[in-house]
Design a protein around this ligand. Structure first.
Ligand SMILES: Nc1ncnc2c1ncn2[C@@H]1O[C@H](COP(=O)(O)O)[C@@H](OP(=O)(O)O)[C@H]1O
Ligand SMILES: [Mg+2]
Ligand SMILES: [Mg+2]
Ligand SMILES: [Mg+2]
Length: 405
């Protein structure tokens, strides 16, 4: 077992190190593992910096909050004509495109010093088709109005043209992958929830060499108060609008979306007895096998009915302990996208939760746009996870046996 002198900043110049192998996470921030040429078994962990990604996080919070402001405006005035159905039949709205443009413009202006790679859900193909001119004008106006409400460090020298808008939307065509730095954006996660007037989120994360290093979730319709015990949170009349954010090694925080009031550090539920636990799942039965989730919950001994809400707002609610478990089992053949989970995953893990696939493997965001995983995604705290994994295994085995008869 190689001895590791933890967290001493490497004194020797880098060339004496044979290799700087993969990054590791530590309470002190991102560390790199350095192996000396002279004694490869002796490694030095170098704290890359406990303040790593601070300016990226500030930019991400600003971008997601501004994009959420645009979405709130559209949701309020949502006209049926704003709903376009993309070739893949999922409804896409003016706000989806506007939100993606705002995020890429703000990130590019706030982080000028580095190459900018964005993996995002939307692209401009439908907006470039004949007959989309009016829609394009409306989105451009919406984005200009939204940007004008914020003093960006690099002021926008002139209002955006429709070409600028298309370019901003198409910034998001990176494929991601295991090398370098990639922003990952879902401009509106939970489009169906958005159209229904329920939960949705602007979800923005950052990958460094395939690992999530920061995430922001802007959840305009999520109540600031806990939604524990509610069925799907949309009936609440309390103050709504939450911004969750997390940076590797630095915990998860939540603040009201529209105010500068002090953020509070949040932690996942500490429930150890499954009978006292509650679980979250997709509102949409088309997105997750509700019967499998309920059989797992029964096996686990969970008494409370599921809380069904749209989008990664579920990860935000879990990070502050509103529920203890999240179960997501897509129907056969569906491939999860990384933008549906990057931001939510780190918001939960930095709040003390565990996010894995149904086989207990951590999610691998380094393989491009898709998450190839075993069956589904499960989230719980450290105490419940072993029990949950067993209940998942047993339920899936039962279902496979029943379907083979
Ligand atoms: N058949 C399916 N199975 C699982 N997820 C699906 C799905 N069809 C769409 N989704 C994804 O589920 C996301 C919403 O998650 P949730 O079900 O938790 O609300 C959608 O994000 P968008 O709304 O950004 O398209 C979409 O990417
Ligand atoms: Mg979609
Ligand atoms: Mg999504
Ligand atoms: Mg989306």
């Amino acid at each position: 077992m190689s001895s590791i002198n933890c967290f001493r900043t490497a004194k020797a110049p880098l060339q004496t190190f044979a290799s700087v192998s993969r990054f590791r996470y530590s309470p002190n921030g991102l560390v790199s593992v350095l192996r000396r040429k002279s004694s490869p078994s002796f490694v030095t962990l170098r704290v890359v910096s406990s303040m790593a990604y601070e300016k990226e996080l500030d930019a991400a919070k600003k971008a997601a909050s501004l994009a959420a402001r645009l979405c709130q405006k559209v949701q309020k005035a949502l006209l049926q004509s704003d709903v376009q159905s993309k070739s893949d039949k999922s409804p896409v709205t003016v706000a989806d495109y506007g939100s993606q443009a705002v995020v890429s413009i703000v990130l590019e202006r706030e982080l000028t010093s580095e190459p900018f790679s964005l993996v995002a859900e939307e692209d401009s193909a439908d907006l470039r088709k004949d007959g989309s001119e009016d829609l394009l004008e409306r989105i451009t106006k919406l984005v200009n109005d939204t940007l004008a409400t914020e003093d960006l460090t690099k002021a926008i020298d002139s209002t955006l043209t429709t070409d600028d808008l298309l370019r901003a939307i198409d910034c998001g065509t990176s494929e991601g992958g295991p090398n370098g730095r990639h922003w990952v954006l879902d401009p509106i996660d939970g489009t169906k929830g958005f159209l229904r007037g329920d939960q949705y989120a602007v979800a923005l994360g950052l990958l460094e060499k395939g690992k999530v290093v920061l995430g922001v979730l802007a959840c305009p319709n999520l109540p600031l108060a806990s939604i524990a015990g509610t069925k799907n949170s949309s009936s609440s009349s309390e103050e709504t609008g939450c911004l969750f954010y997390a940076r590797i090694g630095s915990g998860t925080y939540m603040q009201p979306l529209d105010s500068k009031s002090k953020p509070v550090k949040v932690n996942v539920s500490s429930v150890e007895n499954p009978e006292e636990a509650s679980f979250f799942e997709s509102f949409e039965g088309a997105h997750s096998l509700h019967d499998l989730s309920s059989s797992i919950a029964n096996k686990l001994g969970v008494k409370a009915p599921p809380v069904r809400i749209d989008s990664q707002a579920k990860y935000g609610a879990l990070s502050r302990g509103d529920g203890a478990i999240y179960l997501r089992f897509p129907h056969k053949g569906y491939r999860e996208k990384i933008w549906d989970h990057v931001a939510g995953a780190i918001v939960v893990t930095e709040a003390g939760g565990i996010v894995t696939d149904a086989g207990g493997k951590p999610l691998d965001f380094s393989k491009g746009k898709y998450l190839d995983l075993d069956t589904g995604i499960i989230v719980a705290n450290e105490k419940l996870m072993p029990l949950l994994l067993k209940a998942v295994r047993d339920s899936i085995a039962e279902q496979e046996k029943a379907s083979s008869l």
